[in-house]
Design a protein around this ligand. Sequence first.
Ligand code: PHE
Length: 472
Amino acid sequence: MSNNVGNGNNEKSRNSFTGSLGFVLAAAGSAVGLGNIWRFPYLAARDGGGLFLIVYLVLALTFGFALLTSEVAIGRLTKQSPLTAYSKLSTGFKSLGVMACVVPMLIMPYYCVIGGWVVKYFLAFVTGSGSGAAEDGYFTGFITGTTSPVIMTVIFLALTVIVVLGGVDKGIERFSRIVMPLLVVLIVAISIYGLTISHTDDNGTVRTGLEGLKVLIIPDMTGMTLPRFFSVLMDAMGQLFYSLSIAMGIMVAYGSYMRDEDNMSKSVANIEIFDTAIAFLAGVMIIPAVYVFMGREGMEASGPGLMFVSLPKVFTCMGPIGNFIGALFFALVLFAALTSSVSILEAIVSSFMDKFGMSRTRATLIEGAIALGLGLLVCLGYNVLYFELTLPNGATAQILDIMDYVSNNLMMPIVAILTCILIGWIIKPEKIIAEITRNGEKFHRRGLYIVMIRFVAPIMLVVLLMKAFGII
Ligand code: PHE
């Protein structure tokens, strides 16, 4: 770790990924997370199945591509962390850097709390007590406790810290190289199993996995009106944004570790494909299984309700093999969540290193302590600090939801809008394009990139932001 001393002015001392594959796996590891598993399948089932998939894919290849490319390029061009990169491009954008560093600092604590919940369920299924975890009230009982959620959060945070302490190539890249292929194997295996099952319910109705698959992939246009389509579009955009880990400084940090000789546009395309494919596979893994055992009503849950309440019930319904499938499933979720939390922590650590000249160890331990303190608050938000607050979008919130809302719905669109302005209008897209093609690579989506970053993306983001504020 001796060469990890972070001094932004000394580019030679900066760690880097060992090549394109390492970069793609680490960045895809960040992108593939809880969002792919607990939100994408639900949105797809609710928003017209195949219709949502098509809208999402088109947005990923246009809007997502433009933002992702921009962030990775900003990182590699400046060789700086999010906190310092933007102001290196234009001195007036210091506050954008601060925001891009505050977002991951806000996300980190509650992501670790949720990661802790995953650890708890993983342990429950691995030790063979999955059916207990499926009982009514188990989840609420667990998160409202005072000690268990805290212990689990600490375990998850410690695992994240250990990986980040290892550095970029020996920690993050090495971890991603092991975990990401495993994740793919697990998701494919569980999906195949889910497609083969069938179940007869109390009324004698037989439901099969393949019928459930149809809900996911066949476009359903019933009741589709223009306003309804607009809301599908907004859902897809919000999901995409979060799913690609955009606007939280992460891709800037990872871009700064990308080697100059690697092909950036190919790597970005690979991240998009990886993230979208895993989201789709998560749908194949979850929707048919939920449909078989719970019918259409079962599909109404998303987020924690889906992952920690509905799915454990589905695994129990599978009979003796359910415990095993549940253990595999929570191992998969744990991998997905860890590679994401590693990237959040790295965005912050790289910022501390560049800005304050701290060593990696010091930066990691300081942010680890901050995340632990705030994470404790989040845990206590379900018992001694319990309150209910209504957010502008109508949802009832505890501390976790408030941190989530402020970071995702408010700050992230603002970071992304300012990034579009910085690139589209201040430093100009040509500067980014020159970085992408620095080794003479072809950049096929050049025209699309310029139009997206200058006009389409900022307008769409403003609409998304207005929706978050409840204005439209
Ligand atoms: N992109 C991740 C997902 O889809 C989520 C994430 C959030 C990752 C915050 C890093 C930071 O779930």
